[in-house]
Write a protein that binds this ligand. Structure first.
Ligand code: BG6
Length: 475
C-alpha cells in the first residue's frame, strides 16, 4: 500500500466477487424452476408488487448467467479470483418451497457451476437464501411470518448440504438478515403490504429466520464437519449527528437493530437490550424452549455488506430517509454516489473494528462496491469503460480494510458486489452498474448481452496478484 510497509492482507486472503441468483441468472422458469418473490418485483423494493412475471422485469432474463456461467467464471479466473460468492435460487431446488423432494435439474445446474469453479481453483461461498423466497411460500404462508417455513428451509438446506457438502466449505444462511425489520417482503417473503406489518410481526418473522439460521448451522456442522457457516448482515456505522448525548444514544440504539442479529448468531441468545425493547413495546414473540436451544448453535464467522454509513439524531425533525435498505440522516462531510449512497471508506474500518471487538469472530466482507452509470467507449480499438471512479471507491475501501486488518481484526476475505454488471436489487435497473465486466444490456431490455472488460478489471487483477500491495495510500 506504500513502498515501505508490507501489505496487511494475508496470503490466504480470499479475494473475489459476489452475486445473487435472481440478479444475474435469468432463466426464471427453466428446468422446472418455480417463481420467487423477485418475479413479482419488476421495479425493485420500492416499486409496486405485480401479479406475476411482467415483461418489464429485467430479472427474468438477468444477464443470462444461467447459460453463460462458464464464460463468466473464466473471466473471474482471469482476474485471479480466489473466491466467488453466489446464491442458490431456492425455487430452482424446491419450485414451490414446500415439496418433499428437490428438483434434480435445479441441483444439476449448481453442479455445473461448481465444476467450473473447481476447474479454475476458485473457492465457492454460497448464500442459501438471498431475497429469493419461493413465491408460493409468500402467497400461501405470508413468508417467514409462518413458523412452517423453518421446516421447509431445513429440508432445503439438507438437500444442499447432501448434494454439495463435499464441494462447498463456506455457507451463508440468509443475505442481510436484518433487512427483515425494514423490508419484510424482500427479507422475509412477507406479502402483506409493508405498512400493515407491525413491528411485532417483523420481529416474529426475524425470529423464525434466526431459528432457521441456527438450525442450518447445526445441520451443517453435523453433515459437514469442515464447513464454515456465517451469518450475513447489512453493516453501517451510525454516527451521532452532533455530540449531544441524546444523539449519541440515538445512534447506539439504531445500530442495535443490526447488532441484534449478530448478537443472537454469535452469542446464541437474545441480548438484554432487545428483551427490554420487546417488553416495553408490548411485543410478545412466539419463542419456544426448543427455539432457545436451537439458537445456541452459533456461527463460525460473521459476514456483512458495507456500502455506506449514516448519521442518527434524536431530533425527529432532522430525520430524513436516504440510502439503502436501512436509511438514515445524511452526513454533511460525505459525498454521495449517483444513487445518493454516501461514500465513506473509513466507515468500513470502523465497522470492522466494532464487529471484531464485539464478537471476536472472523469477519468476511461479502459485499462492497459502487453502483454507477458507465459509458462504453472504444480505446485502442477495444470496447471498455474507463471507470476511474470505481477504482477510486474500491481502492479507498480496501485501504481501510487493510487498516482494520493491521488493527488486529481477523478478515477472511473480500467479495466485491457484482463483479459483472447485474440487475439492481433496490431499483431493478441494469444501469446501476457495479461490475469489472460490462454487460451490454439496458434498462429497456435491449442489448446483445456481450461482455467487455472495464478498466477496473485489470486494476483488480493487479490488486489480487500483489495481495493488495498495489493499492494506493488513502487520499
Ligand atoms: C445489497 C444486496 O443490499 O446490496 C444485493 O444484498 C444488492 O442484493 C446490493 O444488489 C446493492 O444494492 P443495489 O440496490 O444497488 O443493487
Amino acid at each position: 500500500m506504500n513502498d515501505t510497509v508490507p501489505s496487511p492482507f494475508p496470503d490466504t486472503f480470499l479475494w473475489g466477487g459476489a452475486t445473487a441468483a435472481n440478479q444475474l441468472e435469468g432463466a426464471y422458469d427453466q428446468d422446472g424452476k418455480g417463481l420467487s418473490i423477485q418475479d413479482i418485483l419488476p421495479q425493485g423494493i420500492v416499486g409496486p408488487v405485480a401479479d406475476g412475471p411482467t415483461p418489464d422485469n429485467l430479472k427474468l432474463e438477468g444477464i443470462d448467467f444461467y447459460h453463460r456461467y462458464a464464460q463468466d467464471i473464466a473471466l473471474f479466473a482471469e482476474m485471479g479470483f480466489k473466491v466467488f460468492r453466489f446464491s442458490i435460487a431456492w425455487s430452482r431446488i424446491f419450485p414451490r418451497g414446500d415439496e418433499e423432494a428437490p428438483n434434480e435439474a435445479g441441483l444439476a445446474f449448481y453442479d455445473r457451476v461448481l465444476d467450473e469453479l473447481e476447474k479454475h481453483g476458485i473457492e465457492p461461498l454460497v448464500t442459501i437464501s438471498h431475497y429469493e423466497t419461493p413465491l408460493h411460500l409468500a402467497q400461501t404462508y405470508d413468508g417467514w411470518r409462518s413458523r412452517e417455513l423453518i421446516g421447509f428451509y431445513e429440508r432445503y438446506v439438507r438437500a444442499l448440504f447432501a448434494r454439495y457438502g463435499t464441494r462447498v466449505r463456506y455457507w451463508l444462511t440468509f443475505n442481510e438478515i436484518n433487512s427483515t425489520l425494514h423490508f419484510p417482503l424482500m427479507g422475509a417473503g412477507v406479502l402483506t403490504p409493508k405498512e400493515q406489518v407491525s413491528k411485532g410481526e417483523r420481529y416474529q418473522a426475524a425470529h423464525y429466520e434466526l431459528v432457521a439460521s441456527a438450525s442450518a448451522t447445526r445441520i451443517a456442522h453435523e453433515m459437514m464437519p469442515d464447513a464454515k457457516v456465517g451469518c450475513m448482515v447489512i453493516a453501517a456505522p451510525f454516527y451521532p449527528l452532533t455530540p449531544a448525548p441524546a444523539d449519541v444514544w440515538a445512534a447506539k440504539q439504531t445500530e442495535r437493530d443490526t447488532y441484534f442479529f449478530g448478537d443472537i448468531h454469535v452469542r446464541g441468545e437474545y441480548p438484554g437490550y432487545a428483551l427490554r425493547y420487546l417488553r416495553e413495546q408490548g411485543i410478545e414473540l412466539d419463542i419456544t424452549d426448543a427455539d432457545r436451544e436451537i439458537l445456541t448453535n452459533t456461527v463460525d464467522f460473521v459476514s456483512f455488506s458495507y456500502y455506506m454509513s449514516f448519521c442518527e439524531t434524536a431530533d425527529p425533525e432532522q430525520k430524513a430517509g436516504q440510502g439503502n435498505l436501512l436509511g438514515g440522516v445524511p452526513n454533511p462531510h460525505l459525498a454521495s454516489s449517483e444513487w445518493g449512497w454516501q461514500i465513506d471508506p473509513v466507515g468500513l474500518r470502523i465497522i470492522a473494528n466494532d464487529f471484531w471487538d464485539r464478537w471476536q469472530k472472523p469477519l468476511f466482507v461479502v459485499e462492497n462496491g459502487l453502483g454507477a452509470k458507465d459509458q462504453l467507449v472504444e480505446v485502442d480499438g477495444v470496447k471498455t469503460v474507463v471507470d476511474d471512479y470505481r477504482i477510486a471507491y474500491m481502492n479507498d475501501h480496501l485501504v481501510q480494510l487493510g487498516e482494520a486488518i493491521a488493527d488486529g481484526v481477523e478478515v477472511l476475505g473480500y467479495t466485491m458486489w457484482g463483479p459483472i454488471d447485474l440487475v439492481s436489487a433496490s431499483t431493478a435497473q441494469l444501469s446501476k452498474r457495479y461490475g469489472f465486466i460490462y454487460v451490454d444490456r439496458n434498462d429497456d431490455g435491449s442489448g446483445t448481452l456481450e461482455r467487455y472488460r472495464k478498466k477496473s478489471f485489470a486494476w483488480y487483477a493487479e490488486v489480487i496478484r500483489t495481495h493488495g500491495a498495489s493499492l494506493r495510500p488513502a487520499r
